[in-house]
Design a protein. Structure first.
Length: 252
């Protein structure tokens, strides 16, 4: 199963990479507002992934960013798909964007694959079997001090109208960390935390497809992760266990 998901992510990555920094070939449309965008590459990547699932696992259900729920005859197995996580980076020509595919069985994420085609990094995890970057085992940071950690976050796409925009948390955390980053792809934030590159990450206003695969990868790499708030989409905080404990106390 994991080999099939990796094959699928690589296929979608190749399609998206063909559009990366391609100038006029890449069309963009707004969704909610000027910050919320979709491109030709998102749509083609998603079409490829859905075709791949239909051909290889015709009974499985799918939740994907651009087309929502596609019910299969088997509702026990659900693929949770972000065809390009980090579309703003992708469209701007910044190489941090990812194909993110998680597979849930009976509501529990069993497999996760996050592929960053422009950097050549492929993360994968199977529940109970560890997490890997390009086939090598990864582990969260051994650092225990928040003050020596680089932490990342992000800002919700409705920030133009909703003042509940995470700046309060940003201000609360900033004085306590080595530095902050805004990578622009929640899947990359999660995987870089899993690999010990970042000490931790939090964000609010996310969706299931942004976090499904990456959350499993964090857990399997020995990280701590939980959801907070229930009124602002998917809100997630994670990190190396000691860092997570300190970070969690600062955000709301
Ligand atoms: C976005 C990225 C970004 C996060 C946004 C997400 P998308 O995903 O994960 O880091 O801040 O909230 O929507 O829309 O590019 O798949």
């Amino acid at each position: 199963m994991i080999d099939k998901i990796i094959e699928c992510a690589r296929g979608a990555g190749e399609i998206a990479l063909g559009y990366f920094r391609s100038g006029d070939r890449l069309r963009m449309e707004n969704k909610l507002n000027d910050s919320d965008i979709v491109t030709t590459a998102d749509r083609e990547s998603e079409e490829y992934i859905k075709d791949f699932i239909r051909k290889n696992f015709p009974s499985h259900s799918i939740l994907s960013e651009e087309t929502g729920t596609t019910a299969g005859s088997d509702n026990e197995v659900r693929w949770v798909v972000d065809p390009i996580d980090g579309t703003t980076n992708f469209f701007a020509g910044i190489p941090l964007w990812a194909i993110s595919i998680g597979v849930e069985i009976g509501g529990v994420t069993e497999y996760g694959v996050v592929y960053l085609p422009a950097t050549g990094e492929l993360f994968h995890a199977r529940r109970g079997c560890g997490a890997f970057l390009n086939g090598q085992p990864i582990h969260v940071s051994a650092e225990t001090r928040l003050s020596r950690s680089v932490i990342s976050t992000g800002f919700p796409v409705d920030k133009d109208t909703n003042p509940d925009n995470n700046l309060d948390n940003f201000a609360a955390v900033l004085p306590h960390v080595r530095d902050m980053r805004r990578l622009g792809s929640a899947a990359a934030d999660l995987c870089y935390t899993a690999a010990g590159i970042l000490g931790g990450f939090w964000e609010l206003g996310l969706h299931e497809w942004d976090v499904c695969a990456g959350a499993l990868i964090v857990k399997e790499a020995g990280g701590s992760i939980s959801r907070f708030r229930s009124d602002r989409g998917v809100c997630i905080v994670c990190g190396a266990p000691e860092i997570y404990n300190q970070l969690k106390k600062l955000i709301k």
